[in-house]
Design a protein. Structure first.
Length: 230
C-alpha cells in the first residue's frame, strides 16, 4: 500500500457539523453504503470493529454484497475510569499508545504495562467469542475496508490500520458514519481513502451525538450479526 499520499476524504456536505443525523446504526449503514457504492460486488473485504461497528458494517455488506469479518481491537482504559482510554490493542497484538496523554496523566510504566496486559486478554477473549477457531482472512493483496460506528480520538482505528497494514493489505480504506475532524486528519497519511458522511469539530465530541437512537451493542448481538455472514 502506498501511504506516501494523503487520503481523499469523502463526506456529505449536507451532514457536516450536524448532530442527530442518523436514526440508528442501521440507518447510518445505509448512508455509508451509498458513499461506498463503487465497491459493490468487488473482492473488497469489510472488517468491522466490534461491537458497535458490526451493525453498521452488516448493512453495508448486505447493500453492496461484500464479504464481512471482524478486526477485534480494544482501547486501553484508565485504572480509575473504564470509559476513558489512553491507547489501543489490535487483534494481532499491535499496541498504540497516546504518549502525550500518558505523560499528562502521570501513568507509570507498571500501570501502562498492566493496562496493555488486561487489554490483550480482553482482545483474545473477544477474538475467541466472535471468530472461534477460524483463521483470520488473508489480507495480502486485498482491498480492506475498516468499519466502525464512529471515531472520537480515532486511536482504536489507527491501531487497526497498523495491524492490517502489517498483514500486507494492498488498499486500506476507513469507513465510518461520523468522526471528529481531528481524528480524520490523524488518519489521512495512513490510509488510501476515508468515507465519513458526518464530520464534526468542536471541543466536545461524542459518537453517540450523531444518532437519534443509541445504545451499546453487546457481544452476543455482535456474534449474532457476524454469524449470518460466515
Amino acid at each position: 500500500m502506498d501511504i506516501g499520499r494523503v487520503a481523499e476524504v469523502h463526506d456529505l456536505a449536507r451532514l457536516r457539523g450536524r448532530v442527530h443525523v442518523f436514526d440508528d446504526r442501521a440507518d447510518a449503514g445505509q448512508i455509508l453504503a451509498g458513499l461506498l457504492s463503487a465497491y459493490r460486488q468487488t473482492e473488497a473485504l469489510l472488517l468491522a470493529i466490534p461491537a458497535g461497528g458490526l451493525p453498521v458494517a452488516a448493512i453495508v455488506a448486505q447493500q453492496l454484497e461484500l464479504a464481512l469479518d471482524v478486526a477485534v481491537v480494544s482501547k486501553i482504559t484508565l485504572p480509575w475510569d473504564p470509559e476513558a482510554g489512553y491507547g489501543a490493542v489490535a487483534f494481532d497484538g499491535t499496541v498504540l499508545l497516546n504518549e502525550e496523554l500518558v505523560l499528562q496523566l502521570g501513568l507509570n510504566e507498571q500501570q501502562v504495562q498492566q493496562g496493555i496486559a488486561r487489554t490483550r486478554a480482553r482482545v483474545a477473549r473477544r477474538v475467541k467469542l466472535l471468530r472461534g477457531d477460524r483463521p483470520f482472512p488473508r489480507l495480502n493483496g486485498r482491498t480492506v475496508i475498516l468499519v466502525d460506528d464512529g471515531l472520537a480520538s480515532g486511536f482504536t482505528m489507527r491501531a487497526t490500520v497498523q495491524a492490517v497494514t502489517k498483514a500486507q493489505a494492498e488498499h486500506v480504506i476507513v469507513a465510518v458514519p461520523t468522526a471528529h475532524q481531528v481524528a480524520i486528519v490523524a488518519l489521512r497519511n495512513a490510509v488510501e481513502a476515508i468515507y465519513c458522511p458526518n464530520i464534526r469539530g468542536g471541543y466536545r465530541f461524542a459518537v453517540a451525538d450523531a444518532y437519534r437512537h443509541w445504545s451499546d451493542v453487546d457481544e452476543a448481538e455482535a456474534a449474532r450479526l457476524l454469524s449470518s455472514f460466515l
